[in-house]
Design a protein around this ligand. Structure first.
Ligand SMILES: [Zn+2]
Length: 67
C-alpha cells in the first residue's frame, strides 16, 4: 500500500469514526483505530468518555492503546 493510499485510508477511518460518534447511543463506543505496528484497522470497544483504550491488534497481536 502506498503512503498516499494509507493516508487516504486513515482519513476515511477518521471520518467514519466521527460520523459514528454522533450517532452512537449510550453504552460502549466502538472506536476504529489503526495498529501502530502493522497499520491494520482494528475495532475497539470503549466505555463512554474513554478515548484511550488498550487493545491487541487482530493482525499482528501487538498490544497498544488507541490514540
Ligand atoms: Zn498490527
Amino acid at each position: 500500500m502506498s503512503k498516499e493510499a494509507m493516508r487516504a485510508e486513515a482519513e476515511r477511518l477518521m471520518k467514519e469514526a466521527m460520523a459514528r460518534k454522533i450517532t452512537v447511543k449510550q453504552g460502549d463506543t466502538r472506536i476504529e483505530t489503526k495498529c501502530g505496528k502493522c497499520g491494520a484497522p482494528n475495532r475497539v470497544n470503549a466505555k463512554p468518555g474513554e478515548s484511550r483504550v488498550e487493545f491487541t491488534c487482530k493482525e499482528c497481536g501487538a498490544k497498544q492503546k488507541t490514540l
